[in-house]
Design a protein around this ligand. Structure first.
Ligand SMILES: NC(=O)c1ccc[n+]([C@@H]2O[C@H](COP(=O)([O-])OP(=O)(O)OC[C@H]3O[C@@H](n4cnc5c(N)ncnc54)[C@H](O)[C@@H]3O)[C@@H](O)[C@H]2O)c1
Length: 374
Protein backbone atom coordinates (compact mmCIF):
# COMPACT_ATOMS: atom_id res chain seq x y z
CA UNK A 1 0.00 0.00 0.00
CA UNK A 2 1.19 3.53 -0.74
CA UNK A 3 2.36 5.71 2.14
CA UNK A 4 -0.31 7.95 3.64
CA UNK A 5 0.30 11.67 3.17
CA UNK A 6 -0.88 12.71 6.69
CA UNK A 7 1.39 15.65 7.15
CA UNK A 8 0.71 17.51 3.96
CA UNK A 9 0.34 21.25 4.33
CA UNK A 10 -2.18 21.24 1.54
CA UNK A 11 -4.71 18.45 1.07
CA UNK A 12 -5.73 17.85 -2.52
CA UNK A 13 -9.30 16.64 -2.95
CA UNK A 14 -10.96 14.62 -5.68
CA UNK A 15 -14.75 14.42 -5.78
CA UNK A 16 -16.11 11.43 -7.68
CA UNK A 17 -19.59 12.36 -8.90
CA UNK A 18 -20.91 15.88 -9.34
CA UNK A 19 -24.64 15.32 -9.23
CA UNK A 20 -26.75 16.36 -6.27
CA UNK A 21 -24.48 15.37 -3.39
CA UNK A 22 -21.18 16.02 -5.17
CA UNK A 23 -22.17 19.69 -5.30
CA UNK A 24 -23.04 19.61 -1.60
CA UNK A 25 -19.61 18.18 -0.76
CA UNK A 26 -17.93 20.84 -2.91
CA UNK A 27 -20.00 23.53 -1.19
CA UNK A 28 -18.94 22.16 2.20
CA UNK A 29 -15.24 22.30 1.28
CA UNK A 30 -15.58 25.85 -0.02
CA UNK A 31 -17.42 27.13 3.06
CA UNK A 32 -15.58 25.31 5.88
CA UNK A 33 -12.99 28.12 6.26
CA UNK A 34 -15.82 30.56 7.01
CA UNK A 35 -17.16 28.39 9.83
CA UNK A 36 -14.05 26.88 11.43
CA UNK A 37 -10.59 28.20 12.34
CA UNK A 38 -9.08 24.98 13.67
CA UNK A 39 -7.86 23.21 10.55
CA UNK A 40 -4.09 23.69 10.24
CA UNK A 41 -3.73 22.74 6.57
CA UNK A 42 -5.29 24.10 3.42
CA UNK A 43 -7.74 22.21 1.24
CA UNK A 44 -7.54 22.41 -2.54
CA UNK A 45 -10.21 21.05 -4.86
CA UNK A 46 -8.10 19.37 -7.53
CA UNK A 47 -10.25 17.01 -9.58
CA UNK A 48 -13.86 16.04 -10.14
CA UNK A 49 -15.58 13.35 -12.16
CA UNK A 50 -18.98 13.43 -13.82
CA UNK A 51 -20.68 11.70 -16.70
CA UNK A 52 -21.81 14.70 -18.69
CA UNK A 53 -19.61 17.41 -20.11
CA UNK A 54 -22.11 19.98 -18.90
CA UNK A 55 -21.64 18.78 -15.29
CA UNK A 56 -17.87 18.79 -15.65
CA UNK A 57 -17.87 22.38 -16.94
CA UNK A 58 -20.24 23.39 -14.17
CA UNK A 59 -18.00 21.83 -11.52
CA UNK A 60 -15.01 23.84 -12.69
CA UNK A 61 -17.05 27.03 -12.87
CA UNK A 62 -18.86 26.57 -9.56
CA UNK A 63 -16.16 25.10 -7.35
CA UNK A 64 -12.91 25.88 -9.15
CA UNK A 65 -11.57 22.35 -9.62
CA UNK A 66 -8.29 22.21 -11.56
CA UNK A 67 -9.58 19.47 -13.83
CA UNK A 68 -12.67 17.42 -14.59
CA UNK A 69 -12.84 13.93 -16.05
CA UNK A 70 -15.39 11.32 -17.03
CA UNK A 71 -13.21 8.59 -15.44
CA UNK A 72 -13.30 8.64 -11.63
CA UNK A 73 -10.28 6.31 -11.48
CA UNK A 74 -8.19 9.22 -12.78
CA UNK A 75 -8.83 10.89 -9.42
CA UNK A 76 -7.52 7.86 -7.56
CA UNK A 77 -4.34 7.78 -9.67
CA UNK A 78 -3.67 11.50 -9.37
CA UNK A 79 -0.65 12.19 -7.14
CA UNK A 80 -1.87 15.63 -6.02
CA UNK A 81 -5.06 14.15 -4.58
CA UNK A 82 -4.96 12.60 -1.12
CA UNK A 83 -8.68 12.75 -0.19
CA UNK A 84 -11.37 11.07 -2.28
CA UNK A 85 -15.04 11.94 -1.81
CA UNK A 86 -17.37 9.23 -3.07
CA UNK A 87 -20.55 10.80 -4.48
CA UNK A 88 -21.35 8.14 -7.06
CA UNK A 89 -24.44 5.95 -7.36
CA UNK A 90 -24.38 3.24 -4.68
CA UNK A 91 -23.33 0.40 -7.02
CA UNK A 92 -20.09 2.24 -7.85
CA UNK A 93 -18.97 2.90 -4.28
CA UNK A 94 -17.18 -0.42 -3.86
CA UNK A 95 -14.84 -0.15 -6.83
CA UNK A 96 -13.91 3.47 -6.14
CA UNK A 97 -13.49 3.23 -2.36
CA UNK A 98 -11.46 0.03 -2.56
CA UNK A 99 -9.10 1.49 -5.16
CA UNK A 100 -8.74 4.73 -3.18
CA UNK A 101 -7.82 2.97 0.08
CA UNK A 102 -5.33 0.71 -1.72
CA UNK A 103 -3.80 3.83 -3.27
CA UNK A 104 -3.34 5.36 0.22
CA UNK A 105 -6.04 8.03 -0.05
CA UNK A 106 -8.34 9.12 2.75
CA UNK A 107 -11.97 8.45 1.86
CA UNK A 108 -15.15 10.35 2.67
CA UNK A 109 -17.92 8.12 1.36
CA UNK A 110 -21.53 9.16 1.18
CA UNK A 111 -24.10 6.66 2.39
CA UNK A 112 -24.68 3.78 1.97
CA UNK A 113 -21.21 2.29 2.22
CA UNK A 114 -21.97 -0.20 -0.57
CA UNK A 115 -24.85 -2.18 -2.07
CA UNK A 116 -24.60 -5.26 0.14
CA UNK A 117 -23.08 -6.54 3.35
CA UNK A 118 -20.30 -8.47 1.64
CA UNK A 119 -19.00 -5.36 -0.09
CA UNK A 120 -19.41 -3.25 3.06
CA UNK A 121 -17.51 -5.87 5.09
CA UNK A 122 -14.64 -5.93 2.59
CA UNK A 123 -14.35 -2.14 2.59
CA UNK A 124 -14.48 -1.98 6.38
CA UNK A 125 -11.73 -4.63 6.72
CA UNK A 126 -9.64 -2.86 4.15
CA UNK A 127 -10.05 0.46 5.96
CA UNK A 128 -9.28 -1.09 9.35
CA UNK A 129 -6.02 -2.53 8.03
CA UNK A 130 -4.86 0.65 6.34
CA UNK A 131 -3.28 3.91 7.47
CA UNK A 132 -5.90 6.08 5.86
CA UNK A 133 -8.88 7.83 7.46
CA UNK A 134 -12.30 6.75 6.30
CA UNK A 135 -15.69 8.19 7.21
CA UNK A 136 -19.22 7.53 6.08
CA UNK A 137 -21.58 10.46 5.59
CA UNK A 138 -24.47 10.17 8.02
CA UNK A 139 -24.76 13.91 8.40
CA UNK A 140 -27.99 13.85 10.42
CA UNK A 141 -25.84 13.13 13.46
CA UNK A 142 -24.52 16.66 13.05
CA UNK A 143 -27.69 18.64 13.72
CA UNK A 144 -26.95 20.49 16.99
CA UNK A 145 -30.29 19.14 18.26
CA UNK A 146 -29.08 15.59 17.63
CA UNK A 147 -25.72 16.32 19.27
CA UNK A 148 -27.62 17.63 22.32
CA UNK A 149 -29.99 14.64 22.31
CA UNK A 150 -26.98 12.29 22.35
CA UNK A 151 -25.45 14.20 25.28
CA UNK A 152 -28.55 14.15 27.44
CA UNK A 153 -29.34 10.51 26.63
CA UNK A 154 -25.77 9.50 27.56
CA UNK A 155 -26.15 11.48 30.80
CA UNK A 156 -29.21 9.41 31.75
CA UNK A 157 -31.87 12.08 31.21
CA UNK A 158 -34.30 9.53 29.75
CA UNK A 159 -33.73 6.85 32.40
CA UNK A 160 -34.39 3.46 30.82
CA UNK A 161 -35.39 3.83 27.18
CA UNK A 162 -38.56 1.85 26.53
CA UNK A 163 -39.63 2.71 23.03
CA UNK A 164 -38.91 5.03 20.11
CA UNK A 165 -39.95 6.10 16.66
CA UNK A 166 -37.70 7.28 13.78
CA UNK A 167 -39.17 8.48 10.50
CA UNK A 168 -37.65 9.71 7.25
CA UNK A 169 -40.37 11.02 4.96
CA UNK A 170 -40.27 12.20 1.36
CA UNK A 171 -43.10 12.58 -1.15
CA UNK A 172 -40.96 12.29 -4.29
CA UNK A 173 -42.79 9.15 -5.53
CA UNK A 174 -46.32 10.38 -4.90
CA UNK A 175 -46.67 11.94 -8.30
CA UNK A 176 -44.22 11.21 -11.10
CA UNK A 177 -43.59 14.17 -13.35
CA UNK A 178 -42.44 13.75 -16.96
CA UNK A 179 -38.91 13.56 -15.54
CA UNK A 180 -37.37 10.12 -16.25
CA UNK A 181 -36.80 7.86 -13.25
CA UNK A 182 -33.29 8.27 -11.86
CA UNK A 183 -30.93 5.44 -10.86
CA UNK A 184 -32.54 5.69 -7.41
CA UNK A 185 -35.52 3.73 -8.75
CA UNK A 186 -33.31 0.87 -9.99
CA UNK A 187 -32.80 -1.97 -7.56
CA UNK A 188 -29.36 -2.97 -8.91
CA UNK A 189 -27.92 0.51 -8.57
CA UNK A 190 -29.35 1.25 -5.13
CA UNK A 191 -29.04 -2.19 -3.57
CA UNK A 192 -32.73 -1.95 -2.62
CA UNK A 193 -35.08 1.00 -2.43
CA UNK A 194 -36.09 3.63 0.10
CA UNK A 195 -34.97 1.35 2.91
CA UNK A 196 -31.42 1.90 1.63
CA UNK A 197 -31.76 5.47 0.42
CA UNK A 198 -33.52 7.08 3.39
CA UNK A 199 -33.75 4.15 5.80
CA UNK A 200 -29.95 4.00 6.14
CA UNK A 201 -29.96 7.49 7.70
CA UNK A 202 -32.53 6.72 10.40
CA UNK A 203 -31.10 3.28 11.14
CA UNK A 204 -27.82 5.06 11.84
CA UNK A 205 -29.54 7.67 14.01
CA UNK A 206 -31.40 4.99 15.96
CA UNK A 207 -28.18 3.02 16.58
CA UNK A 208 -26.43 6.25 17.59
CA UNK A 209 -29.09 7.48 20.00
CA UNK A 210 -30.82 4.33 21.25
CA UNK A 211 -28.34 1.46 20.80
CA UNK A 212 -27.43 -1.67 18.88
CA UNK A 213 -30.20 -3.58 17.14
CA UNK A 214 -31.01 -7.11 18.32
CA UNK A 215 -33.66 -8.09 15.79
CA UNK A 216 -35.95 -6.64 13.14
CA UNK A 217 -39.36 -7.40 11.70
CA UNK A 218 -39.99 -5.51 8.48
CA UNK A 219 -42.45 -4.85 5.71
CA UNK A 220 -41.41 -3.21 2.44
CA UNK A 221 -43.82 -2.10 -0.26
CA UNK A 222 -43.61 -0.73 -3.76
CA UNK A 223 -46.51 1.52 -4.67
CA UNK A 224 -45.01 3.48 -7.55
CA UNK A 225 -41.73 2.23 -9.01
CA UNK A 226 -41.67 0.42 -12.36
CA UNK A 227 -38.80 -1.71 -11.04
CA UNK A 228 -40.89 -4.05 -8.93
CA UNK A 229 -37.91 -5.23 -6.90
CA UNK A 230 -37.44 -1.83 -5.31
CA UNK A 231 -39.44 -0.25 -2.46
CA UNK A 232 -40.86 3.19 -1.77
CA UNK A 233 -42.11 2.37 1.74
CA UNK A 234 -40.25 0.47 4.45
CA UNK A 235 -41.58 -0.22 7.94
CA UNK A 236 -39.37 -1.82 10.57
CA UNK A 237 -40.06 -2.90 14.11
CA UNK A 238 -36.66 -2.97 15.78
CA UNK A 239 -35.76 -4.62 19.05
CA UNK A 240 -32.69 -3.09 20.73
CA UNK A 241 -30.13 -5.06 22.75
CA UNK A 242 -31.03 -2.98 25.84
CA UNK A 243 -34.62 -4.26 25.66
CA UNK A 244 -36.16 -1.16 24.06
CA UNK A 245 -38.41 -1.57 21.05
CA UNK A 246 -39.39 0.85 18.33
CA UNK A 247 -40.55 1.70 14.85
CA UNK A 248 -38.63 3.03 11.86
CA UNK A 249 -40.44 4.29 8.78
CA UNK A 250 -38.75 5.32 5.53
CA UNK A 251 -41.05 6.55 2.81
CA UNK A 252 -41.07 8.34 -0.51
CA UNK A 253 -44.83 8.25 -0.67
CA UNK A 254 -45.47 10.49 2.35
CA UNK A 255 -47.79 12.95 0.66
CA UNK A 256 -47.29 16.52 1.78
CA UNK A 257 -43.78 16.07 3.14
CA UNK A 258 -40.54 17.58 1.83
CA UNK A 259 -37.46 16.22 3.58
CA UNK A 260 -38.66 15.34 7.04
CA UNK A 261 -36.70 13.43 9.64
CA UNK A 262 -38.45 12.89 12.93
CA UNK A 263 -37.70 11.00 16.07
CA UNK A 264 -39.26 10.50 19.47
CA UNK A 265 -37.54 8.54 22.21
CA UNK A 266 -39.41 7.64 25.38
CA UNK A 267 -37.77 6.59 28.65
CA UNK A 268 -38.73 5.96 32.27
CA UNK A 269 -37.52 9.45 33.33
CA UNK A 270 -38.07 11.58 30.25
CA UNK A 271 -38.50 11.90 26.51
CA UNK A 272 -36.89 13.74 23.58
CA UNK A 273 -38.30 14.64 20.19
CA UNK A 274 -36.98 16.26 17.01
CA UNK A 275 -38.26 17.24 13.58
CA UNK A 276 -35.78 18.30 10.90
CA UNK A 277 -38.34 20.70 9.44
CA UNK A 278 -38.05 22.63 12.70
CA UNK A 279 -34.35 22.01 13.17
CA UNK A 280 -33.56 24.74 15.67
CA UNK A 281 -35.09 22.94 18.61
CA UNK A 282 -34.76 19.75 20.56
CA UNK A 283 -37.84 18.97 22.60
CA UNK A 284 -37.15 17.43 25.99
CA UNK A 285 -39.52 16.30 28.72
CA UNK A 286 -38.45 15.46 32.26
CA UNK A 287 -40.46 13.47 34.77
CA UNK A 288 -38.39 15.23 37.45
CA UNK A 289 -40.01 18.62 36.83
CA UNK A 290 -42.66 19.31 39.49
CA UNK A 291 -46.17 18.68 38.18
CA UNK A 292 -48.08 20.90 40.59
CA UNK A 293 -49.59 23.23 41.45
CA UNK A 294 -51.61 23.47 38.26
CA UNK A 295 -49.07 21.51 36.17
CA UNK A 296 -46.04 22.97 37.96
CA UNK A 297 -43.23 23.15 35.39
CA UNK A 298 -44.05 19.81 33.77
CA UNK A 299 -44.14 19.75 29.98
CA UNK A 300 -41.96 19.55 26.90
CA UNK A 301 -39.14 22.07 26.98
CA UNK A 302 -38.03 23.65 23.69
CA UNK A 303 -34.22 23.65 23.88
CA UNK A 304 -32.65 26.26 21.60
CA UNK A 305 -29.96 24.22 19.88
CA UNK A 306 -29.93 26.49 16.78
CA UNK A 307 -26.27 26.61 15.55
CA UNK A 308 -24.61 25.96 18.89
CA UNK A 309 -21.73 23.94 17.45
CA UNK A 310 -19.05 23.95 20.15
CA UNK A 311 -16.17 23.95 17.64
CA UNK A 312 -17.44 26.53 15.14
CA UNK A 313 -15.80 29.91 15.64
CA UNK A 314 -16.49 31.71 12.37
CA UNK A 315 -19.70 33.03 10.88
CA UNK A 316 -22.60 32.81 11.48
CA UNK A 317 -22.91 33.35 15.21
CA UNK A 318 -24.43 30.52 17.20
CA UNK A 319 -27.78 32.29 17.55
CA UNK A 320 -28.69 32.05 13.86
CA UNK A 321 -31.02 29.39 12.51
CA UNK A 322 -29.73 26.09 11.15
CA UNK A 323 -30.42 24.19 7.93
CA UNK A 324 -29.77 20.78 6.35
CA UNK A 325 -26.70 21.82 4.36
CA UNK A 326 -24.96 23.09 7.49
CA UNK A 327 -24.98 19.52 8.85
CA UNK A 328 -23.01 18.43 5.78
CA UNK A 329 -20.43 21.13 6.51
CA UNK A 330 -20.15 19.96 10.13
CA UNK A 331 -19.86 16.32 9.07
CA UNK A 332 -17.10 17.08 6.56
CA UNK A 333 -15.30 19.28 9.08
CA UNK A 334 -15.24 16.41 11.58
CA UNK A 335 -13.64 14.21 8.91
CA UNK A 336 -10.98 16.78 8.00
CA UNK A 337 -10.23 17.31 11.68
CA UNK A 338 -9.65 13.56 12.03
CA UNK A 339 -7.37 13.53 8.99
CA UNK A 340 -5.30 16.52 10.10
CA UNK A 341 -5.08 15.63 13.82
CA UNK A 342 -4.81 11.85 13.36
CA UNK A 343 -8.08 11.04 15.14
CA UNK A 344 -10.60 8.26 14.49
CA UNK A 345 -13.37 9.56 12.23
CA UNK A 346 -17.00 9.15 13.26
CA UNK A 347 -19.32 7.86 11.88
CA UNK A 348 -16.97 5.14 10.72
CA UNK A 349 -17.08 2.49 8.04
CA UNK A 350 -17.95 0.10 10.90
CA UNK A 351 -21.12 2.16 11.39
CA UNK A 352 -21.77 1.91 7.67
CA UNK A 353 -21.35 -1.86 7.85
CA UNK A 354 -23.67 -2.15 10.87
CA UNK A 355 -26.35 -0.21 8.99
CA UNK A 356 -25.89 -2.44 5.93
CA UNK A 357 -26.38 -5.57 8.06
CA UNK A 358 -29.61 -4.15 9.49
CA UNK A 359 -30.85 -3.30 6.00
CA UNK A 360 -30.12 -6.83 4.83
CA UNK A 361 -31.85 -8.32 7.88
CA UNK A 362 -34.88 -6.11 7.23
CA UNK A 363 -35.11 -7.21 3.58
CA UNK A 364 -34.82 -10.85 4.64
CA UNK A 365 -37.50 -10.31 7.26
CA UNK A 366 -39.85 -8.71 4.73
CA UNK A 367 -39.27 -11.51 2.22
CA UNK A 368 -39.75 -14.36 4.72
CA UNK A 369 -42.33 -12.56 6.88
CA UNK A 370 -40.42 -13.46 9.99
CA UNK A 371 -38.38 -11.70 12.69
CA UNK A 372 -34.66 -11.74 11.89
CA UNK A 373 -31.97 -11.71 14.59
CA UNK A 374 -28.81 -9.67 14.02
N1 LIG B 1 -26.07 12.15 2.67
C1 LIG B 1 -27.02 12.68 1.95
O1 LIG B 1 -27.74 13.55 2.38
C2 LIG B 1 -27.20 12.22 0.53
C3 LIG B 1 -28.14 12.87 -0.28
C4 LIG B 1 -28.23 12.45 -1.62
C5 LIG B 1 -27.44 11.43 -2.09
N2 LIG B 1 -26.56 10.81 -1.25
C6 LIG B 1 -25.71 9.71 -1.74
O2 LIG B 1 -24.77 10.26 -2.68
C7 LIG B 1 -24.54 9.34 -3.74
C8 LIG B 1 -24.84 10.05 -5.07
O3 LIG B 1 -26.19 10.44 -5.10
P1 LIG B 1 -26.69 11.72 -5.94
O4 LIG B 1 -28.06 12.01 -5.47
O5 LIG B 1 -25.68 12.79 -5.90
O6 LIG B 1 -26.75 11.10 -7.42
P2 LIG B 1 -26.73 11.90 -8.79
O7 LIG B 1 -27.36 11.00 -9.80
O8 LIG B 1 -27.29 13.27 -8.62
O9 LIG B 1 -25.18 12.07 -9.12
C9 LIG B 1 -24.37 10.95 -9.46
C10 LIG B 1 -23.06 11.38 -10.07
O10 LIG B 1 -22.35 10.19 -10.43
C11 LIG B 1 -22.01 10.23 -11.83
N3 LIG B 1 -22.17 8.89 -12.40
C12 LIG B 1 -23.31 8.18 -12.53
N4 LIG B 1 -23.08 6.99 -13.11
C13 LIG B 1 -21.75 6.96 -13.39
C14 LIG B 1 -20.90 6.00 -14.02
N5 LIG B 1 -21.37 4.83 -14.47
N6 LIG B 1 -19.59 6.30 -14.13
C15 LIG B 1 -19.12 7.47 -13.67
N7 LIG B 1 -19.87 8.42 -13.07
C16 LIG B 1 -21.17 8.17 -12.95
C17 LIG B 1 -22.99 11.21 -12.48
O11 LIG B 1 -22.43 11.79 -13.62
C18 LIG B 1 -23.19 12.22 -11.33
O12 LIG B 1 -22.16 13.16 -11.39
C19 LIG B 1 -25.43 8.14 -3.46
O13 LIG B 1 -24.66 7.12 -2.87
C20 LIG B 1 -26.48 8.65 -2.51
O14 LIG B 1 -26.96 7.65 -1.63
C21 LIG B 1 -26.42 11.20 0.03
Amino acid sequence: MAETPYKEKEYGVGIAGYGFIGKVHAYAYKTIPFYYDDLPAKIKLIGVSAHSEESRKKAIKQAGFEFATSDYMELVKNKSICIINCCLPNNLHYELVKAAILEGKHVYCDKPLAINTEQAENLTNLAENSNVKTQIVFQLRFFPAVIRAKQIIDNGFLGKINFFRFLYLHSSCVKQSSKPYSWKAEFEKVGGGVLVDLGSHIIDLARYLVGEFKSVYAEVRNFTSPDKRTDDLALINAEIVSGATGILEASKIATGTNDEVRFEIYGSEGAVAFNSMEPNWLWAYSMKDPDNPVGGFRGYKKIETVQKYPDATGIPLQKFSIGWIRTHVACLHSFLHSVMYNETPQPSFKDGLAVQKIIEAAYNSARDQTRVEL
